[in-house]
Write a protein that binds this ligand. Structure first.
Ligand code: ZN
Length: 90
């Protein structure tokens, strides 16, 4: 159990690179890993449970790796198109 506030600065170790950072940091200083607090994780779980019939979750469980890669590719292509549009308008 971790008490918040008083006492010595609470720290945590980055699961990715092992660096020790202040526990209130949301991102690792050395590798940029994003920490997810217990509360955040719980909220995400709730969200996931709330909408189980979403296309994304069904795709993840029922489709092949190739389908996932194709979806990822088209997602990235849309993103790339948006970025190029932004760059052109600069
Ligand atoms: Zn790190």
């Amino acid at each position: 159990m971790v008490k918040k506030g008083r006492g010595k600065a609470p720290t945590k170790a980055c699961p990715q690179c092992g660096a020790v950072v202040h526990s209130r940091k949301v991102q690792c200083d050395s590798c940029g890993h994003r920490f997810i607090s217990a509360r955040e994780r719980k909220e995400k779980e709730v969200v996931r449970r709330k909408k189980p019939g979403r296309r994304a979750s069904r795709a993840a469980s029922g489709s092949t790796l190739k389908t996932q890669l194709l979806e990822e590719r088209s997602r990235l292509q849309r993103r790339l198109a948006a970025i190029e549009l932004l760059l052109e308008s600069e």
